[in-house]
Design a protein around this ligand. Structure first.
Ligand code: FES
Ligand code: FES
Length: 160
């Protein structure tokens, strides 16, 4: 017998509701019910970071969190970053410019961890950037392009 609950959460600024099995993970609800497929599922046990989203502003592994644990809380996914469908935000733009993206499977999660880290520390050192990236696995880029992207963003004048 399944135990199902109705949860309400704010996702990317919008109130959302979902009926979920109590065993369902947050990332599965985001992808399969709310159709926010920018958050990816890789290892499904907390290692790769592809499923990273922000919960009340802090990065969490969407594959390790039950959807019911996000009830009445605020979730931000990679879809929240770009200002509109035709433009990228500054971090995304630097990722493209510095070849920090190849297949893109890891990118959404990495962008969310970096978004939280840059909010807390807008001028990180290379070591601090690498520490944030250490929570993520990328099979394509070798990470240097991502580091260069964040260093370029940190060196740019603040947005007005
Ligand atoms: S899918 Fe969640 S950490 Fe890998
Ligand atoms: S860009 Fe392919 S896994 Fe990171």
């Amino acid at each position: 017998m399944t135990d199902r609950r109705v949860i309400t959460l704010t996702v990317n600024g919008q109130p959302r509701e979902a009926t979920v099995d109590v065993r369902t993970t947050l990332v599965d609800v985001l992808r399969e019910q709310l159709r926010l497929t920018g958050t990816h599922v890789g290892c499904e046990h907390g290692v790769c970071g592809a499923c990273t989203v922000l919960l009340d502003g802090e990065p969490v592994r969407g594959c390790l969190l039950l959807a019911v644990q996000a009830d009445r809380r605020r979730v931000e996914t990679v879809e929240s970053l770009a200002p509109d469908a035709a433009h990228l935000n500054a971090l995304q733009t630097e990722f493209v410019r510095h070849h920090g993206v190849q297949c893109g499977f890891c990118t959404g999660g990495i962008l969310m961890s970096l978004t939280a880290a840059l909010r807390d520390n807008p001028r990180p050192s290379e070591a601090e950037i690498r520490e944030t990236l250490a929570g993520h696995l990328c099979r394509c880029t070798g990470y240097q392009g991502m580091v260069d992207a964040v260093l370029a963003l940190a060196a740019s004048p603040p947005a007005r």
